[in-house]
Design a protein around this ligand. Sequence first.
Ligand code: CAA
Length: 406
Amino acid sequence: MTSHSEQISATLVYPYLNHAVRMYESGYATRGDVDAGMRFGCGYPVGPLQALDEIGLDVVRDALAARYAESGDHLHQPAELLEKLVAEGRTGRGVGRGLYTWADGAVVADEETPSSDDAPRLRHEVRTVGVVGTGTMAAGIVEVFAKAGHEVTYVGRSDDKLAGVVASITKNQDRAIAKGRGDEATKAAVLGRLHGATSREALAEVDLVVEAIAEDLAVKTELFADLDRICKPGAILATTTSSLPIARCADATSRPEAVIGMHFFNPAPVMKLVEVVTTERTAPEVDETVRALCARVGKVAVSCGDRAGFIVNALLFPYLNDAALLAEQGTHSLVEIDAAIKEQVGLPMGPFELLDVVGNDVSLAIQQELHREFGEPGLAPARTLEEAVAEGRLGRKTGAGFHDYS
Ligand code: CAA
């Protein structure tokens, strides 16, 4: 008999695994990038495709088919590739073949595994970096580059906002020192690489700019047009947008080949993933340079197309939304659902804890975008997520979200 918390985890996790198979079978992302995305973007112990092999494709397929028979929701219908692999007897680690090839309980390289010869190289020199924005993501991104030895010019709207970035990086450096992983000399060196400015003109000579300002297309296109005017020829212009079309930012410039997405995860200094998002017009050497740069600053890059949610948000937010829908049924409390996910599945945070960290306003906007892009009725935002936003319970930042932080 399955326990209460096993039921919760299967209800929430199996549709997420199914969704990951669909993403892989559609060719949107490689098998390795789907798994690396969830491991390094969200701190999951294993990626969804490897998890499927470990659980058994037949087990997940059967559970989904039973659920689909009840719900009729296409999101619960087993993915075609899942059906095909099960029919071929490729049910996962137990038989040595599933989505991956296995030997002695570990994944072995096969025809789909990239070789070390495929490692990206820096095609353009990137020494100095610019960041536009002073919010949580911007401060984290400034810190990532400064810690890796880059001089960073960051642009904010006021001296107070610039000081906030220094304060956040100082706090993280002090925490590292307190934990015995840093020293005063390193802290001074990192802080010495920060160059705050209130004018964008300060970005004229940087090799790469990452913007992390408001998620508003009009605001971003104005910025990209201005960066195009200000930045030297050859400078790469990157956006860390999680939900807007990068092609529209590129259209605002005379250098669409140099415009790319670099989607970092929260908290940026800790989460190792960067989704590198190319448009149809991004130059291959710009893509390769940015992926090589990610490796140089200690991040793992995965490659994505310019589509709502990229890899991680497209898999993560429907699962978070499903958690809210499950809670709405009233049979499990928020605390029970959070605990089941952490204890049964080993994820670092429960869904409601994570929603409160990301912010319910941000989460709702992403879920609405996914609903629009994929047109699946099952992706409609949960009523309680909409209510939390309408009532101003945005998460930790407002002292209350799904949980209370007062
Ligand atoms: N800034 C800098 N460092 C931080 C930090 C922050 N805001 N928060 C935590 N850290 C550091 C801590 O100093 C600590 O470092 P050491 O281990 O080197 O000492 C480390 O991170 C672990 O922190 P804690 O021990 O305090 O706490 P934890 O073990 O619970 O880990 C966590 C915290 C890393 C955030 C972990 O809970 C986690 O991985 N959560 C999942 C986060 C996630 O899913 N993020 C993606 C959200 S989606 C998104 O960002 C995309 C989007 O478009 C919205």
